[in-house]
Write a protein that binds this ligand. Structure first.
Ligand code: MG
Length: 383
């Protein structure tokens, strides 16, 4: 599900005390929330339309993000949207989502509903039914009741194919500025679908809206929990010691393998890779590659941890179980935990190593091989 995004951030936002797109919300500029939401939801290009001269400010607010570029907008919203459309690189049939910077709490679910609606409609916008009863007022005095039946609160982003919105804008001849893009497309004869909006997608208009958005954010999980499992087996062969969970344990046999055959670290590496759906240890360190002959498995584990870090995630805890009759693991268990904690930069109480026998049953019971299984919990930034 890829699409192009346009964020309109050229307004002065006078009602919220000025420049609301640059204001801090939960530690990030409002504009950055909106940009990250579109990029995380699958935007393959993002045009950020800012006031003339505000490009540097945008670069600062969006530092470290990719696939975006800033262009200068105009006085009216429609001028800014036109400037954003002109800057797109996508083809005519590609979906374009046009979003207000001041609606920072956009969920991927809303984006998915918009894109799906384009299968059957010329455009789509998120909307919420009006819950309060509506009154018409003359100054401060009630002058009548407005039937709220069929009334909806329109939100953004609004979605169209590039050619639909460009054609409709080209045909907009009214001197009056359009309220939004859905109005432009509808006035050109297009059918615009309403999809389920989101109360969290509120527009930050008044200073008190920021307090409400901060409160919503404080209740929103910033991370998603992931669990991965790993399993590994190596065969016993002649030797004088064995590597288990990063520790060399004296033994009258060793485990046979291409690397140091540390089944404990291999299972743990696979558990971490599993938590981030990054394949398995063999994908990253092919056993056919002579480079890994006799290699210390420490580096496999460190590589998996680096992949988690590259996704701005963190490992929460790990738990390894070694399955064998011999050697006795318990005397080495503390050293193994400390080694893994050091390799993963985790506190000791987040690292568990356990051992069990299989009561003489199966290949581990017969002493043909050692098995290890592991579980890892990882937190990744919520999308
Ligand atoms: Mg292995």
């Amino acid at each position: 599900m890829t699409f192009s995004g346009i964020i309109v951030a050229a307004g002065s936002g006078s009602r919220a005390g000025g420049d609301k797109q640059w204001r801090d919300l939960g530690g990030k500029p409002v504009l950055r929330w909106s940009a990250e939401a579109l990029l995380n939801a699958g935007a393959d290009e993002l045009i950020v339309v800012v006031a003339p001269g505000a490009q540097d400010r945008a670069a600062q607010a969006l530092q470290g993000l990719s696939r975006w570029r800033a262009v200068s907008g105009g006085e009216a919203r429609a001028d800014s949207v036109r400037a954003g459309l002109a800057a797109l690189a996508c083809g005519p049939d590609h979906p374009v989502l046009i979003h207000d910077a001041a609606r920072p709490l956009l969920s991927p679910a809303v984006v998915a509903r918009l894109i799906k609606a384009l299968d059957t409609a010329d455009g789509a916008l998120p909307a919420l039914p009006v819950a309060d009863s509506l009154r018409r007022a003359d100054a401060d005095v009630m002058a009548g009741v407005v039937d709220r039946d069929g009334l909806w609160r329109a939100q953004t982003p609004q979605a169209f194919s590039r050619k639909t919105i460009e054609t409709a804008y080209a045909a907009w001849t009214s001197a009056a500025a359009p309220t939004d893009e859905a109005v432009v497309v509808q006035s050109h004869g297009g059918q615009v679908a309403l999809v389920q909006g989101d109360p969290r997608l509120m527009k930050l208009t008044y200073p008190e809206d920021f307090a409400m958005a901060e409160a919503l954010l404080s209740q929103t999980p910033r991370y998603q929990s992931r669990i991965g499992s790993g399993y590994d087996v190596h065969r016993w062969g002649p030797g004088g010691s064995v590597w288990l969970c990063g520790i060399e344990v004296p033994h009258d046999q060793t485990l046979i393998g291409h690397s140091d055959a540390d089944a404990g670290l291999h299972a743990l590496t696979d558990a971490i890779l599993g938590a981030i759906a990054a394949g398995d240890i063999g994908d990253h360190f092919p056993p056919t590659d002579p480079k890994w002959k006799g290699a210390s498995s420490d580096q496999f584990l460190i590589h998996a941890a680096e992949l988690v870090a590259a996704r701005q995630g963190r490992i929460v805890n790990v738990d390894v179980t070694l399955i064998c009759e011999q050697p006795k693991v318990k005397p080495h268990r503390q050293a193994m935990r400390e080694r893994i904690a050091a390799l993963l930069d985790l506190p000791l109480d987040a690292v568990s190593v356990k051992a069990t026998t299989t009561e003489g049953l199966g290949f581990t019971g017969r002493g043909e091989g050692l098995a290890a299984q592991a579980v890892a919990t990882v937190e990744l930034p919520a999308t």
